[in-house]
Design a protein around this ligand. Structure first.
Ligand code: ADP
Length: 412
């Protein structure tokens, strides 16, 4: 059995999934366990693990109906979180010791310009990830801690870093250089990097498989709508533009992040209100987007409130969809036409309303949705364009952890 553990270490959380991989293909896997340690360092930490021992082709949702372990005791730090993870995996019977693992894959948020592809982790890789901390001050330190601790716990097991940014390293200069003094790019590394790369890459490969075409002949627009949202223009398997920028703040409107705004707004607010840099940072990252417009950042709640007649919730949905539509238009131009638009992420996979409104009145671009097909719910890939649409519209469940497992197995 080829066992791959995938870790996503956040500043106060640890997500992990254990896969039994039968090969480096997206349909050759068995998800053995999926867990989360939350609120690390706080008194109300909790850890949960959903697991199965069946050999069936599985998904997290199927796991949800299966067995679950929960622990509600304080987890002081990441060291203890890794211990908790190992203990729960042992208790579930899915993994007796970390020595059984074939490899460990880590999600690392920022790979800067250094990493165009996933890499096997060695000391030099760790030094580079550390050097990139200024570009991702919240994420890269947590990712590094996760790597160091698993290296100690499982010495000798090969570990791989998969970067959120690396898939977008194929962007041409015209997409990643900002209209700023060029020296800022050279000296301070100010440029568009893009994020959610693992998801954009995964769903674009899934789309090619589904359409029965080679990825090298397809022009795709992938739209990831979760708490964070981003769109990407993917030409023949390579990202040529994406909406998130130097940080994940730019682009589409998100749950709490503002997306594209006039860059002069923070200066205006600082002058008029005396807000500090930290306050402005918090405003744009944590108090803006859907939450800023209607007070809620969870799309399910917003849709419910709009249905009950809440005008601000309705406005938030309208703006959210309008921004997606503008990016579809932009990327149709960037790609000179697209074969398919792909919706993914919690909102993209589950909200027919958002998909319908984001694709409204685009028939002159050869895009229209079939309302009846769009209203269906499925965990499988759905094709929802109307009969006269020249562009396919697909709903594809993303699976970033599986993509990390696939990349890990490929490298080791
Ligand atoms: P993350 O980016 O944290 O991984 P997800 O991809 O799970 O998050 O997306 C979370 C978002 O998906 C939330 O805004 C949630 O309300 C939304 N969502 C999930 N199911 C639905 C649904 N049926 N209708 C509308 N929004 C939904």
């Amino acid at each position: 059995m080829i066992k791959i553990l995938v870790l996503n270490s956040g500043s106060s959380s640890l997500k992990f999934q254990l896969f039994d991989m039968q090969g480096a293909e997206s349909n050759h896997f068995n998800l053995l366990a999926s867990g989360l340690v939350e609120r690390i360092g706080e008194t109300n930490s909790s850890a949960s693990l959903k697991f199965t021992s069946s050999k069936a082709h599985d998904t997290v949702d199927k796991l949800a109906q299966k067995k679950q372990l929960v622990r509600e005791s304080p987890v002081a730090d990441h060291q203890q979180a890794i211990e908790t993870m190992a203990a729960m995996l042992k208790e579930s019977g899915c993994m007796v010791s970390m020595e059984e693992l074939t490899g460990i894959g880590h999600r690392v948020v920022h790979g800067g310009e250094h990493f165009h592809d996933p890499v096997v982790i060695d000391e030099q890789v760790l030094i580079t990830i550390k050097k990139l901390i200024p570009l991702a001050p919240l994420h890269n330190p947590a990712n590094l801690t996760g790597i160091r601790l698993t290296q100690q716990k499982a010495p000798g097991i090969p570990q791989v870093a998969v970067f959120d940014t690396s898939f977008h390293q194929s962007m041409p200069e015209q997409a990643y250089i900002y209209g700023l003094p060029y020296a800022l790019y050279k000296k301070q590394h100010v440029r568009r990097y893009g994020f959610h790369g693992t998801s954009h890459q995964y769903v674009s490969k899934q789309a090619a498989d589904y359409l029965g075409k080679s990825i090298s002949e397809l022009k795709l627009i992938t739209i990831h709508l979760g708490n964070g949202t981003s769109a990407a223009a993917i030409q023949y398997g390579h990202s040529i533009d994406t909406s998130m920028g130097m940080t994940p703040l730019e682009g589409l409107i998100m749950g709490t992040r503002c997306g594209d705004i006039d860059p002069a707004i923070p200066f205006y607010l600082a002058r008029e209100t005396g807000m500090t840099i930290q306050e402005l940072d918090d405003l744009l990252n944590k108090e803006s987007g859907l939450k800023g417009i209607c007070g809620q950042n969870d799309m399910r709640t917003i849709v419910e409130q709009a249905e009950q007649g809440d005008n601000r919730a309705e406005l938030a949905i309208t703006i959210f969809c309008y921004h997606i539509k503008k990016y579809i238009g932009a990327y149709i131009a960037t790609l000179n036409g697209a074969d398919a638009i792909i919706f993914t992420g919690g909102i993209g996979e589950n909200s027919s309303l958002i998909r319908e409104r984001a694709c409204q009145d685009l028939q002159n671009l050869g895009i229209n949705i079939d309302s009846q097909k769009n209203s269906l719910h499925s965990k499988e890939i759905m094709e929802i364009q109307g009969p006269t649409s020249q562009v396919k519209i697909l709903v594809i469940p993303t699976n970033e952890e599986l993509e990390i497992a696939i990349q890990t197995i490929k490298l080791i």
